[in-house]
Design a protein around this ligand. Sequence first.
Ligand code: PMP
Length: 494
Amino acid sequence: MIDPTPAAPAAPPSYGPEAILRRQSLRESSARTYARTLPIVPVRARGLTIEGADGKRYLDCLSGAGTLALGHNHPVVLEAIRKVLDSGAPLHVLDLATPVKDDFTTALFETLPRGLADRARIQFCGPAGTDAVEAALKLVRRATGQRGTLAFTGAYHGMTADALAASGGAEDVTVTRLPFPQDYRCPFGVGGPQGAELSARWTESILDDAKSGVHRPAGMIVEPVQGEGGVHPAPDAWLRRMREITASRGIPLIVDEVQTGVGRTGAFWAVEHSGVVPDVMVLSKAIGGSLPLAVVVYREELDTWPPGAHAGTFRGNQLAMAAGAATLAYVTANGLAERAEVLGARMLRQLRALAAEYPCIGEVRGRGLMIGIELVDPEAEPAVGPGAVPVDPAMGPDDVTRPVGDLTTPTSWSAVQRGAGQVRGEPAPAAPELAATVQRECLRRGLIVELGGRNSSVVRLLPPLTLTDEQASAVLDRFADALAVSVSASSPRR
Ligand code: PMP
């Protein structure tokens, strides 16, 4: 029965941080992520710093999951956004031509690897990286008439799967997984150049073996540095091998630079480290200067898909294009890719020095300002046994750039190198609980870090490229302090 008495007016909601967080946990989905591990309520932000509703300040090394090349609210980004707002230009125009889009396209093409930019086409996509990945895979399927995709273990390309299928546009796609080279947890048990060489040979063999069960693929998709997978830089020589393998077999190479682009790894695009010119590049995150934008750029010969083959209502976000063009120009004009390379290398050195003191740091790796610290449990039984593999006796521990086949690697693999001719044991198991504690302790010290990797045991640093030397020191000091406290809390012996 309906109660005729009018309801008492609801009490006005409280806007304090605790009340906001409480309402969030009551109303938002169980699938929420960062909100669980970073229970803060940001109200203001500038550069590296976020201010919470509780008045506390945090150094933000999450940067919108690697989106904020220039940090929060950079003046050139704000100015570009205001200019569009003040001009009376439309903010949303599907894929119609506008001066703002024209400027963005020019700015973007100026940054692309020359071999691609000279003959490139661009498709503006729905404003998420995953949509541009969908577009790229669809593009190469249409262009080659093949269905299969070659992708790598540990890869992350996005979250979409079902929308097209539910729309009746389902395509019968198969994905073949190839081993991505990793030093610390090499699937072949050898790491370094040998591990990368084995990964390349496996790729060749399944493509050339008529009975491998792998049909001719439409394309290969690869991240030049795996981000979500735990910060694994692809060795340059291995990436060149992937280019040769795909080019010689007429397979388009798609490079997913959603996270690595716009200076993050120490080159404007991470493929530039290796000199590889891909057929397709998937770009998002930083290209929108903190606003949502995603595109796919590709060789014009691939442009055989029909009108409407890939669409998306919000592919004309003018504010994102203006903010993005301003960001691209600023990164170039201020040499921020070079700055990321120098500062990132210094931070890696400092973190490796810290690793020498802490057996729970399994490996420190990264490129530019994309840094990962893998935490392990050094006291758990190492899995030496059938998986242990003898190290090539000709390779000394310092011999990290010696070619094997035509592969070299710039990354350190000394963490798992036990010495010439010795048996290489498996690395210690991942330590996700320790990583979660470190993340919490970092937050208590005013530092926001991300966790990633297969077991969420890799602490990830993705600071803005505008990071100063002093800020970098503050980040590392807070991290070291948080690690020390977390380690002594979890085991006094470590
Ligand atoms: N590719 C890579 C390499 C990514 O890191 C991500 C997101 N972390 C995506 C694609 C998907 O982007 P989005 O979350 O914007 O869909």
